[in-house]
Design a binder for this molecule. Structure first.
Ligand SMILES: Cc1ncc(C[n+]2csc(CCOP(=O)(O)OP(=O)(O)O)c2C)c(N)n1
Ligand code: SF4
Ligand SMILES: [Mg+2]
Length: 351
């Protein structure tokens, strides 16, 4: 039972969003992942975020690599575009799709093996190019699909199910994303929907490379005592630096905040992010400060979560390359074939 369609029947009283869709209209096929897998909670958070943001599903493109995590785009947004690529190669396919059609919302879904082992080079370059996307790394510290080998994000000293300690240094994906120039960097936990849903919404609204690392325990191979990616470990060591609230432009802000404890960040499309500072020394607009804070937390074995970095002046690949505004599939013969004179001028410029 690899692909199981969900029944289309909806309860008539289910709440609808501004487009008249229920939450169920944003679901996908029935998940075939293990019961309790963190990845299913991330799919649920994505469904919630897209439904609440009133996004037309056909305007979304989901791309993934290979792994249990990379299977999940089949389990949410069943009416969106999807492309299950090759192991570790999602970023380059997403970049190409984004360049061809900037009008879609791009969601890249990957695993820690997919992004930090075989796909590490692609991961680094998609961040430094500033591709406008929400890149979600479903991080469980193991290769779940191939039965639980340590991945490159496994912490040094973390124990496998059979009790063997990992001796290699971990790749910290949020630090790497920061270093490579991602303009939105956050970490969350699949077991904290209240934190995860607003972070997903903010990442979708962000115009640039948004990276979201979500610790997502693998109940089959990495949820035992001694693992640093288990539900118990993350709950005990979760250091939340801030809590985010996200408002689409049309909604009135009614929540009351105490002065000094919040930061308000207006988005380019009129949306507003409100950050409640839990750690008052944490400034998410300062990249160097964010890097130091993340490294200090890692030293103490803490899992730092929240919006870790938001570039005040984010730009995306299209603005770097000064590309044409329209999607390629909307270009007619006139734009695609500017004539022999233009070709002559281009050739002359290359001589
Ligand atoms: C080129 C290539 N090499 C190796 C594999 C085998 N393989 C499939 S999934 C996977 C690792 C998946 O781990 P991760 O990305 O962490 O996803 P998870 O299953 O943990 O969610 C590997 C090594 C493959 N499919 N293709
Ligand atoms: S093997 Fe692990 S990652 Fe894969 S579905 Fe099962 S719990 Fe999830
Ligand atoms: Mg994994």
């Amino acid at each position: 039972m690899t692909y199981v369609a969900k029944p289309k029947l909806h309860h008539p009283t289910l709440p609808k969003n501004q487009l008249g869709f229920t939450r169920r209209d944003y679901e996908g096929k029935v998940s075939t992942l293990c019961a309790g897998c963190g990845h299913d909670s991330i799919s649920a958070a994505l469904i919630q975020a897209f439904w609440e943001m009133d996004i037309q599903p056909h305007l979304v493109a989901k791309l993934s690599g290979i792994g249990c995590s990379s299977k999940t785009p089949d389990y949410f947004l069943g009416n969106s575009h999807g492309f299950n690529t090759v192991h570790g190669r999602m970023p380059s396919v997403l970049t190409g799709a984004n360049l061809a059609n900037r009008e879609l919302i791009y969601i890249g879904v990957s695993g820690d093996g997919d992004s930090a082992s075989i796909g590490l080079g692609q991961f680094a370059h998609v961040m430094r190019r500033g591709v406008n996307m929400t890149y979600i790394l479903e991080n469980n510290g193991v290769y779940g699909l191939t039965k639980g080998q340590f991945s490159a994000t496994a912490d040094q000293g973390s124990k496998s199910k059979r009790g063997v300690a990992n001796t290699d240094a971990p790749v910290d994906t949020v630090s790497l994303a920061l270093l490579m120039g991602a303009s939105f960097v956050a970490r969350s936990f699949s077991g904290d929907k209240q934190q995860l849903v607003p972070l997903v919404k903010a990442a979708i609204a962000h115009q640039g490379a948004a990276f979201l690392d979500v610790i997502s325990p693998c109940v089959a191979f990495n949820n035992h005592a001694g693992s640093t990616k288990s539900y118990d470990y993350v709950r005990e060591h979760n250091e939340v630096v801030n809590r985010l609230d996200f408002w689409p432009s049309r909604e009135a802000i009614t929540v009351d905040y105490s002065a000094g404890g919040t930061i308000e960040v207006p988005g380019p499309d009129g949306t507003i992010l409100k950050l409640r500072k839990i750690d008052t020394s944490y400034d998410p607009s300062n990249r160097i400060n964010a890097t130091t804070h993340i490294a200090q937390a890692a030293e103490k074995g803490e899992v730092l979560t929240g919006l870790l970095y938001l570039a005040p002046d984010a730009e995306d690949l299209h603005s770097h390359l000064n590309t044409y505004d329209a999607a390629f599939n909307k270009l007619g013969e006139k734009e695609l074939c500017p004539g022999a004179g233009m070709l002559e001028r281009i050739n002359a410029g290359l001589r």
